[in-house]
Design a protein around this ligand. Structure first.
Ligand code: RAM
Length: 342
């Protein structure tokens, strides 16, 4: 439905796009309708924040894909992972420049929607990846894995590590992060339904900032002296928490799991601070998001039910709610972490 609106709006946007082409960047391949065939086009990645190794990896995957189909890549974004207003300014700039498509990991489900709506009114497709907005305010969400599967993997890991009994807490990213909030809600429901001896005692927020996450871990241990485990469903949070635990008396006593990158977590798995954690391949996520944006920008797909080929990853079909699903999460432990380098 939204896609149709965008198509209708596209007619009205032709004049706007034409006038923008006179002032923007001097390239006649700019603009939502400017990408033709498989090649060309200008693609802007807007992660939650810059300087986060997770997004460095995912966006490098996006850059690789864009190179394969002959487009131009850029990455812009705020310094911290709790700044939706910062993301809005980058979306507005990209719209004024008439980029071919935007690929956004949203810091907030609602706060970006007006800016994204203006981009789509100018016939610039908007793909969210990693963290979605409300579904009715973007074209397609490229999802790293099914949210229920991500939640279940982390519940199973902590339940196994603490003997299915005791107090646990969440160390999250930003309080408004759609992805973390959805996973935490699903995990809480799963504990209540199937793990009667596990009690969730707290949720704290490190805003995907290393120092804030480190400090929040210290505070959690002080506030809850009987804590058995921490789940941190953010790569920044779990790495900071592991660093704190690795030199504290709680090392190996308070279990830590969640979502991390192998390169950030390797030393903590090898020194016994962490038994196992999960993630998908972020490079594949960015790669798939770029091919999805290209397929929208070239008109190859419009929405649910349409199929496209994402380079080396193969064929994908847009599912319900205009979601494209990458695959299943993967569990890393001491036996396999040496096989990965991201
Ligand atoms: C952090 C970010 C990102 C999340 C990963 C697991 O890098 O919060 O949104 O998907 O962790």
């Amino acid at each position: 439905m939204k896609i149709h609106n965008r198509r209708l709006a596209g007619l009205a946007a032709v004049a706007l796009a034409a006038s923008m082409a006179l002032t923007a960047c001097g390239s006649d391949s700019d603009g939502g309708e400017g990408a033709s065939g498989d090649g060309g086009g200008t693609y802007t990645f807007i992660p939650k924040n810059l300087g986060n190794p997770y997004f460095d990896t995912s966006n490098a995957g996006g850059e690789k894909a864009i190179g394969e189909f002959g487009g131009e890549y850029e990455q812009v974004g705020p310094a911290t992972g709790d700044d939706p207003a910062g993301q809005v300014t980058y979306i507005n700039t990209a719209t004024q420049q008439g980029r071919s498509a935007l690929i956004v990991s949203a810091n907030d489900p609602d706060a970006l929607c007006d800016a994204i709506g203006e981009a789509m009114d100018a016939d610039i497709p908007v793909v969210t990846y990693d963290a979605d907005t409300n579904p009715d305010c973007r074209d397609i969400f490229v999802s790293q894995a099914d949210a229920a599967g991500i939640a279940q993997a982390q519940v199973d890991l902590i339940a196994d590590q603490i003997g299915d009994s005791g107090e646990i807490a969440f160390l999250s990213a930003a309080a408004n992060a759609t992805n973390q909030n959805e996973w935490i809600d699903l995990m809480t429901a799963e504990f209540e339904a199937n793990h009667p001896d596990i009690t969730v005692v707290d949720t704290v927020y490190g805003d995907d900032d290393d120092q804030k996450s480190f400090d929040a871990t210290a505070a959690l241990l002080q506030t809850h002296p009987d804590l058995a485990g921490i789940i941190s469903p953010t790569t920044v949070g779990i790495a900071a928490a592991a660093r704190y635990l690795s030199t504290s008396d709680a090392k190996g006593e308070v279990k830590l799991t969640g979502l991390g990158t192998p390169n950030q977590m390797r030393e903590y798995v090898e020194d016994g601070t962490v038994d196992a954690f999960a993630l998908w391949n972020p490079a594949d996520l960015g790669y798939l998001a770029a091919y999805t944006a290209n397929a929208l920008a070239t008109g190859e797909i419009e929405g649910e039910g349409d199929s496209f080929t994402a380079g080396d990853l193969g064929d994908y079909t847009v599912g319900a709610d205009n979601v494209v699903l990458l695959g299943d999460p993967f569990v890393f432990d001491a036996d396999n972490i040496g096989d990965f380098d991201f």
